[in-house]
Ligand binder design. Sequence first.
Ligand code: ATP
Length: 267
Amino acid sequence: MNSKTADPLDGRIVAMALGDMATRFSIEVIESCASTSSVLLDRAMPDQPSGSVVVCEQQTAGRGRRGRSWLSAPGDSLTFSLLWRFPSGMLPPAGLSLAAGVAAARALEGMGAAGVRLKWPNDILAEGAKLGGILVETVSHGGRHIAVIGIGINVRLPKEIADAVDVEAGALASVMPYEPSRNFLLANLLKALADMLDEFGRTGFAGFVEAWLARNAHAGQRVSILAEDADPIEGRCAGVDSDGALLLDTATGMRRIVSGEVSLRPR
Ligand code: ATP
């Protein structure tokens, strides 16, 4: 279904749904762009206030990790990015993409979505299918770390996207008791992200470990860690560390896997 006319993105509705929190964001709705994160990253950093949001109806070159693509469809997807400045003196925000996953899961659960799970390091799943992806990119400027958090959600899943991706894709609407409005979904995600970012500034990812583990899609399961230039590493998913590294229980002992260049696959 293309619900472009039924559920158009509208910054005023998002601001209304944000209520008191609307003052923390400046929301720009654009019809088409290559990538909402690229729009924010391309702008002059000193001029871009914390809380800048770009949400786009048609993202033509959405990015995942390692140059992979994030596919979306006008009307059926929500694709947006949020720029956030951390307080000066703070260490690089390790584990931020996992904490963003916790924030996204809390927002979706708050709207009634069932069975939301997180796949290390950056996927949002439900019923074993990937319904959202998160890409966190960081830069520093004037001694402060700036994060651009990009999120793509399949609100509904058109067949052309399901067929085009190499994973089992899912849709938010199929795990909710009602058809979600993208404007309210965006407002709820932004509220949850702002709450998360405030807390992250105080605790880092350590404050989110428990919440992440409670939603770990592969808790205790046998998994393989795939890297492009190395043999797979096999082990049991034993959780995550306080910096977001995956803890893998292998035949040779516990190993810490840092996200950058690897993918987790169930065995
Ligand atoms: P993994 O950790 O599972 O290897 P990744 O983290 O490298 O994935 P992402 O950055 O999350 O990948 O996103 C890109 C990947 O997501 C694509 O390679 C494709 O498999 C999948 N994908 C792209 N668009 C969608 C979509 N709309 N819904 C579900 N999956 C998608």
